[in-house]
Design a protein around this ligand. Structure first.
Ligand code: ZN
Length: 180
């Protein structure tokens, strides 16, 4: 999805809908989620929904793009199975698997050379798996500075019901939350 189109869609929700109708905001989130999941099926196709606000969708897209590249380069499979908000920050849960590129067992292929090659590739794949985990940790850290509702610069707040959420100044005021 074009970044600009996405931004426009998100700001459309915020300008016109959110503060008057939370259900419409959720509808639009759901609509955007569908688009994002569809665009990054390989990575996000196993994630039933995003348990977070639209302000973090750009982070999710960034993660999906990165993991797509990583899986090609490092010959691994990556599947996100849960995306949610926890303690005011984004959480992306996923699993990785090394692609079995030697599944076709040709006669004589497992010579010492191929065993060595297989080992080298396995180490390479492990490097990719580690990179996937550290990248998502960075994204999760980044989310603690981005408003979950609208994507502007934000900080950790607490709503009057005690819910922790990262919000910008505007969203904080309108939601009646306070900085932590
Ligand atoms: Zn905001």
């Amino acid at each position: 999805m074009e970044k600009r189109v996405f931004k426009r869609e998100v700001s459309e929700v915020l300008r016109r809908i959110y503060f008057w109708d939370i259900f419409k905001y959720e509808d639009l989130c759901h609509h955007l989620e569908g688009k994002i999941i569809n665009k990054h099926k390989g990575i996000l196709g196993f994630c039933p929904f995003f348990g977070c606000g639209a302000g973090w969708y750009p982070l999710i897209i960034k993660t999906a793009r990165f993991l797509e590249k990583l899986s090609k380069t490092f010959l691994i499979e990556v599947r996100c199975h849960q995306i949610k908000q926890k303690y005011g920050g984004l959480r992306i849960y996923f699993s990785t698997r090394k692609k079995d590129i030697f599944s076709v067992r040709k006669k004589g292929i497992f010579t010492p050379f191929f065993r060595l090659l297989k080992k080298v590739i396995s180490v390479w794949q492990s490097t990719g798996e580690k990179k996937a985990f550290s990248a998502t940790l960075l994204i999760e850290e980044e989310s603690t500075r981005i408003c979950e509702v609208c994507g502007e610069e934000g900080e950790l707040c607490r709503t009057d019901t005690g819910w922790l959420i990262t919000l910008c100044r505007e969203c904080r005021k309108r939601m009646g939350a306070e900085k932590v």
